[in-house]
Unconditional design. Structure first.
Lengths: 373, 362
């Protein structure tokens, strides 16, 4: 595509290579952009720099031994990954999970959603050029969540907490009071972020109407998560296909209307509020009991296939497992939400300026560990 | 350029005066830039709920010195296929004018290198030369990020020079002089009260000209890596960095001189008042940097031409009419009038001027 204009000065588009090492590519992502001045004519995403062959590695491991691998997919939401994988294995092997374990899992998944959204929003605002102020505040709050995770499993990034049929260990006594304290403080913090930038004229100008992903387009590219909901589709797997015990909780599904960067930002803020609602209900309802069902050390599911999915912070995270009756999965496939959401990126960016491209990319909230696997 | 000779209270001849003040200015700029960098990092850390530099020396005071030392001993890398002469010249062209501006800034009554009778004109003319250095850097680096950053810089300076100069004319009308020394002497009340709109426009425009947030598009770190500085290392990078903070220092000093009454103030010695005011203005610049996101290049242009430019013209008109109608009126009388004018104008403009999603499509 050429946009050469026959004026006094001839101009021609030129290619700029954003990444793989660039301050705002959120990992090793590369955007081959063709620019006409400041305007983006075409964008070609290039990834694979972080490929570790996790899907193939998993075929050599036992079903339980795959759980640490899932930690390393979306390392900002390891709990959700553990959870989704365990759902798939339990579906494949027909294993029941005790009620207490279900509550613990839901609490962990929702805390993880808040932690992941905090990073997503902070990084997005950082891309907007709010010089690190928002992200530092959000990391401060994420620390509190990591402290809670630290309390239950001793880890702060790769938790490896969930097991087939439950979780690795029961939550300690001091966890629920600490969680309740966190639930009391967090709404105030969310209000603080809102005060910081919600009505900021520059942010509105930068994010409103920018990078629009239409409803049809979002469905056609099978986008999911906040990206899809910001386009106005009320699709949340917690509600559409309730897994675990999500049918017991009351919560709303925040949706946007325009599908622009600002809506994606607002949807994430609202989702944090809804996660807090779920957490409050879960913290009130959780009762003593087993934290893991009796599962043999080496799970041998019958030959067959299963697809376990859940609503991870970034969208529909699915694990597709095929068993040949042995102790290791025959095929281990990950439906990574960030990877699929990225497919719409090229179309969202076309025609916008360089500065917009960065925030459109930031508003999708990707994690390269998950995209490249 | 008529140079008024040595101020009467200064002993010695012109050359002694010149030598002493050149040394003072160079040392002042270098030391205060190092202090500013430290101050900015500490102040930002406080605003961002973190600690900031605290290892080198008490409160991390020597952090800037350590950084400066590191920059000096780092290897100087010149990219292949770059225009090496221009690449070498660019930091010098960017840095020297910033130093030269200080020749006319009075540190206290009579304490300045040259009391030019065209002071403001000199400042405006010299300070825009820095842009040339930045564009040279962008062009010579043979790097697309650098070129994009340099293009943004030229575009923004060409636009913002106009409202900035126009907003200064109000001050000139009030004093009837272009000399910074005489402008300070005329400020029995700080001109920020008499020229509130002029101050607002000047400060906004000046921030855009020196690429401080929210107008730091030239080096937008999340978009263009480091903009025009991407291919610079070692002391050449150090010079750009120095020039950038020295520009912030210049703007702080100019705001102090033109709008905050310069060295004048009760109790404290004059030179201390000057430093305190410069520090306060710089603090506001840092504060803005931590608070707001970056604007986009077309919004930047829109702000200059649709908001600042007309307001600067109206401000000039209002001041001129006031000076014409009541030439001898007390300035205190103008304070409420000009504040009312500012509030009404800003309200009207912000009503129909919105960045982006508003009624005016930019």
């Amino acid at each position: 595509m050429t946009t050469t204009r026959e004026i006094a000065i001839q101009t021609e588009p030129f290619v700029v290579n954003f990444g793989p090492a660039h301050p705002s590519t959120h990992g090793v992502f590369r955007m081959l952009t063709t620019l006409d001045g400041e305007v983006i004519v075409a964008m070609e995403p290039v990834f694979g720099y972080l490929h570790r062959g996790i899907e193939k590695l998993a075929e050599e491991r036992t079903y339980g031994g795959c759980i640490p691998l899932t930690d390393r997919l979306d390392y900002l939401a390891s709990m959700s990954n553990n959870f989704a994988y365990c759902l798939a294995v339990e579906k494949l092997a027909g294993i029941e999970v005790p009620e207490r374990a279900e509550y613990i899992r839901v609490i962990m998944a929702e805390l993880q959603r808040i932690a992941s959204h905090l990073i997503a929003i902070g990084a997005f605002l950082n891309d907007c050029g709010a010089f690190q102020t928002p992200i530092v505040y959000m990391i401060r709050e994420r620390e509190k969540i990591l402290d809670l995770f630290d309390m239950v499993c001793g880890q702060r990034l790769t938790y490896n907490y969930m097991r087939v049929g439950g979780v690795s260990q029961d939550i300690p006594e001091e966890f629920v009071p600490a969680l309740k304290k966190f639930l009391k403080e967090m709404p105030g913090w969310i209000k603080e972020y809102d005060r910081l930038l919600k009505e900021n004229e520059i942010l509105l100008a930068r994010a409103k109407g920018v990078g629009i992903l239409s409803k049809e387009m979002a469905i056609n590219t099978s986008a999911s998560g906040p990206v899809l909901r910001a386009s106005g589709v009320e699709w949340d797997i917690r509600r559409a296909d309730p897994y675990s015990i999500y049918d017991r909780f009351e919560f709303d599904i925040p949706t946007g209307t325009a599908g622009d960067c600002y809506d994606r930002y607002r949807v994430r803020i609202e989702e944090m509020r809804q996660s807090l609602r779920i957490l409050e209900q879960a913290a009130a309802q959780i009762s003593p009991g087993d934290f893991r069902s009796e599962v043999p050390h080496l799970v041998r599911p019958p030959a067959g296939e299963a697809y376990g999915r859940l609503e991870s912070p970034k969208g529909e995270l699915g694990f597709y497992l095929v068993s040949d009756g042995s102790i290791a999965p025959y095929r281990f496939h990950v439906r990574a939400p960030a990877f699929i959401n990225l497919t719409a990126l090229s179309d969202m960016m076309r025609g916008w300026k360089v500065a917009d491209a960065i925030i459109i990319f930031g508003s999708i909230d990707i994690c390269m560990g998950e995209v490249d696997r | 350029m008529a140079m008024q000779m040595v101020p009467p209270d200064w002993p010695g001849n012109l050359w002694a005066h010149w030598a002493v003040f050149t040394v003072i200015i160079v040392v002042f700029i270098l030391v205060s830039v190092l202090m500013f960098i430290w101050f900015e990092r500490r102040a930002m850390a406080v605003m961002q709920a973190r600690l900031g530099p605290n290892r080198a020396g008490p409160f991390g005071l020597f952090q800037s010195a350590a950084d400066a030392l590191k920059v000096m001993i780092k290897e100087d890398i010149v990219p292949s296929r770059s225009d090496s002469v221009v690449h070498w010249l660019a930091p010098v062209v960017a840095f020297v004018p910033v130093m030269m501006v200080f020749a006319v800034v009075p540190f206290q009554g009579g304490a300045l290198l040259a009391d030019l009778n065209v002071g403001i004109l000199y400042v405006v003319a010299i300070s825009s030369v820095t842009t040339l250095g930045i564009f040279m850097a962008g062009w010579a680096s043979n790097n697309k990020y650098s070129l994009l950053g340099a293009m943004r810089q030229v575009a923004s300076v060409v636009s913002y020079e106009i409202p900035v100069v126009l907003s200064l004319v109000g001050v000139i009308l009030l004093t009837g002089s272009l000399s910074l020394q005489q402008i300070v002497q005329a400020q029995d009340i700080p001109f920020i009260l008499v020229q509130p709109l002029g101050f607002l426009l000047f400060f906004t425009g000046a921030l855009a000209e020196i690429n401080r947030a929210p107008f730091d598009l030239t080096e937008a770190d999340s978009e263009l890596v480091a903009g025009y500085m991407t291919e610079y290392s070692g002391m050449k990078f150090g010079l750009f960095f120095l020039a950038e903070y020295a520009e912030a220092l210049v703007i702080s000093a100019l705001v102090t001189t033109l709008f905050l009454g310069g060295w004048r103030g009760p109790l404290l010695p004059d030179w201390l008042w000057f430093l305190v005011k410069v520090g306060a203005v710089f603090f506001v610049i840092v504060w803005i940097r931590t608070t707001v996101p970056r604007v986009r290049i077309d919004h930047l242009m829109a702000l200059a031409w649709k908001f600042l430019f007309p307001l600067a013209l109206i401000n000039l008109l209002v001041t001129a009419v006031e000076m014409l109608v009541w030439p001898d009126v007390s300035l205190w009388l103008l304070v409420p009038i000009n504040f009312a004018v500012m509030i009404v104008l800003v309200l009207i403009w912000s009503k129909f001027f919105k960045l982006g999603w508003g009624r005016v499509n930019v």
